[in-house]
Design a binder for this molecule. Sequence first.
Ligand SMILES: Cc1ncc(C[n+]2csc(CCOP(=O)(O)OP(=O)(O)O)c2C)c(N)n1
Ligand SMILES: *[C@@H]1O[C@H](CO)[C@@H](O)[C@H](O)[C@H]1NC(C)=O
Ligand SMILES: *[C@@H]1O[C@H](CO)[C@@H](O)[C@H](O)[C@H]1NC(C)=O
Length: 632
Amino acid sequence: ITKFNFSGYHKPDEKTLQGLKDVANKLRILSIKATCASNSGHPTSCCSMAELMSVLFFNTMRYKVEDPRNQCNDRFVLSKGHAAPILYAVWAEAGYLKESDLLNLRKIDSDLEGHPTPKLQFVDMATGSLGQGLGAACGMAYTGKHFDKSSYRVYCMLGDGECAEGSVWEAMAFASHYKLDNLVAVIDVNRLGQSEPTSLQHDMETYRKRCEAFGWNTYVVDGHDVEELCKAFWQAQQVKGKPTCIVAKTLKGKGLKDIEDNLNWHGKAIPKDRAEALLKELEALIQVPNKTLCPELPKDDAAPADLSPILLPSPPAYKKGEKVAPRRAYGVALTRLGQSNQRVVALDGDTKNSTFAETFKKAFPDRYIECFIAEQNMVGVAMGCATRDRTVAFASTFSAFLSRAYDQIRMGAVSQTNVNLVGSHCGVSIGEDGPSQMALEDLAMFRAIPTCTVFYPSDAVSTERAVELSANTKGMCFIRTSRPESEVIYSPDEKFEVGVAKVVRQSDKDHVTVIGAGVTLHEALAAADMLASEGKNIRVIDPFTIKPLDASTILASARATGGRIITVEDHYKEGGLGEAVLSAVGEEPGIVVTRIAVTSVPRSGKPQELMDLYGISAKHIANAVPGLVMNC
Ligand SMILES: Cc1ncc(C[n+]2csc(CCOP(=O)(O)OP(=O)(O)O)c2C)c(N)n1
Ligand SMILES: *[C@@H]1O[C@H](CO)[C@@H](O)[C@H](O)[C@H]1NC(C)=O
Ligand SMILES: *[C@@H]1O[C@H](CO)[C@@H](O)[C@H](O)[C@H]1NC(C)=O
């Protein structure tokens, strides 16, 4: 169906072609045996892509079998992660896994989980939430082409049902915009989804038109013809200036009599009584059972990553009392960090002159990736960039819009990603733009991610240190930056650590401990001044990181102030600073936490007016103090 330019193409010899066919059937057999052993999994989703996997791993891709995470290897992302058994089978066939291990699929003590995770050396990104693989693959391909300037190529396998996800098309647009000719997407068009046929079924021409319309070099192929696949993948390697999409027409459950191309076989192990006969039929197709094929080695043209700490070249250059917006300090901080280390890269989704990622872009245009208004893809790309430690990636947008990428963020924890996400424009203090632009749920969102460190810096000096710490902290990091100009309260030599709070105001007769962060720390300090003039002292704490939270400093302060804590935050009450403090002190006797937070959907107005209207400004804090003292 597809017209190729064959000049320069060497057709594999008959022995190789037969070997590839044999491998495909071996992969089917191993996928069936593994899913039978676990009595669960997706054998039919594996069978449709057996020839694709065979050709990719034994004819097209270049990699070191014994070192699957080598920086020079071609990358493979299984976006349709439920087909994990065939990914495990291919690594067994290559010799990295033992065939007998495949029978431990999905067992509690095996890393061969239901869907792939980077617990396995040959997996870079966890998949299984459909629609996410291609964005990560784009990040890997962008990194290979522009940062590593290496010859490794990136392959991503998608399901046809999966292609209904919008995030797939965000990634399609990104890849062609950046001319990622080192990227190949494969769509396994097996016609069927989970509960019914896909919307397009085998309408290959519509797939072709869509891929071409998104700027991809597109080949429609018979996904079960190993010779055609060898040609198509070879041809893709020759194409310059465009990513290639291989749209492969396949049958779900291919090779399994009475199951192939039939509904109702998604996500089911083959019943034991039928498996035996089906396995025999597949075995009969194999001409040479011995392992005869081995992959080509990659070019050694990417250096191992330098993992030494990434430090600011000099202390922050701010003076106490100066007014600087933390979001602006973010741009300065990242630029300074970028001077120290080549691996630091930045991404943003068309908000760079608001988040101040633009400052970095101006200094290092070659290390900035504009992702346009596609936040899911931006987060996926950033995670892809960060795989194999090739980059230290910082992706920014308005914090509110990171919520669009929450599924990518959630999967980032499974992927053990070290990506850094920066959300500006948090809370009502952004002012006039109104509630659609105000992040009031972001702390809750990021606190719930197990691997995430949540920074909430309150001035320019602490913002700079938050950025530096993020670059060196394992796991995901989130930095919440504020829009208003805020007084610099720390001196340039102040030391910051993850999980260590600062007591910024104290006396030996404090009535209450007030914990604020970002704009509300400054409101708390203003309240302290107001109360001091009435002869009442309060202790004020800047938590610096909301997760982990410095429970011991908070507890010690609370004990010194009659057990009384007030939290105040520019965030909804649920899941924010107040709840973080509550959970830190919840099991301690004699502590009472009063929480001040935004409790309804806000409106437009001036920042100070809004902080007053929604009850998080200095006067509300001050008002909360005497009542609390009188009650006890
Ligand atoms: C975001 C998301 N939604 C739903 C699912 C549940 N699910 C797993 S596989 C599947 C069908 C996938 O169909 P397709 O992409 O065509 O892959 P196939 O198994 O047919 O190769 C569904 C709905 C999921 N894993 N992720
Ligand atoms: C395949 O392997 C078997 C057993 O290891 C061996 O006896 C046989 O000679 C091999 N065949 C080929 C074609 O290499
Ligand atoms: C960002 O740039 C655009 C185009 O120059 C401009 O209109 C807009 O006001 C800028 N935004 C900010 C926050 O500076």
